[in-house]
Design a protein. Structure first.
Length: 202
């Protein structure tokens, strides 16, 4: 059976969210921002003219450029799908930044650290003895990115921050960037209950 585009599931909740008063929407999933998915999501949202969409990848990169303007080599930890779809590497490149990613075996180990049904982060929360392997894999991956001369690291999957015990490089959690940008967007576009005239989207 073919996999359903994630946009279909998102479309089922967009109406109720807007009906309940949501005016700024963001999706806290990195892989959802792959072009074949996110572009369809934006199209599906066009009927809601007074709703703003915040792109988590774009706002993460803007945060990096603002906080570390001289940094060029950006490490990315992610799932196999996020790397394959160039979710981070393509937009980073468009900003003149270089994505530093693990080789395929390394990405597959990180993917397993998230999804393995016995020891992965989703199964264990990276807690206790069961989560020890996931924590070690993520720690090793961070060290590998550092050895590849990454200057900072994007934790490009929602669960990865749970498995980080220590790091020698600055870490960026895209969820932090997304949350901040959503609040800023709401204040800018909807202060005093006023809907901004512009239909521009982040």
């Amino acid at each position: 059976m073919p996999l359903e585009n994630a946009t279909v599931g998102a479309a089922k909740v967009r109406g109720p969210l807007v009906a309940s008063g949501a005016r700024v929407l963001g999706v806290p999933c990195n892989t959802f921002h792959a072009k074949p998915i996110f572009e369809q999501f934006e199209l599906a949202m066009r009927e809601f003219q007074d709703v703003r969409i915040v792109n988590m990848i774009d706002t993460t990169i803007m945060d990096i450029r603002r906080r570390y303007p001289s940094t060029v080599h950006i490490g990315v930890l992610s799932t196999t799908g996020t790397k394959r779809e160039r979710v981070f590497s393509e937009p980073l490149s468009s900003h003149g930044l270089i994505a530093i990613e693990l080789d395929e075996p390394g990405v597959e180990r990180v993917h397993a650290a998230i999804y393995d049904e016995d020891w992965g982060i989703k199964a264990t929360g990276a807690l206790g003895e069961r989560g020890l392997t996931a924590r070690r894999v993520v720690g090793d991956a961070l060290e590998s990115l550092e050895s590849l001369h990454a200057e900072l690291v994007i934790l490009g999957c929602t669960e990865l921050p749970l498995a980080v015990e220590k790091a020698n490089l600055p870490l960026f959690d895209p969820l932090d960037s997304l949350a901040t940008a959503m609040v800023d967007t709401f204040v800018e576009c909807f202060r005093s209950g006023h809907v901004a005239e512009s239909a521009s989207r982040l």
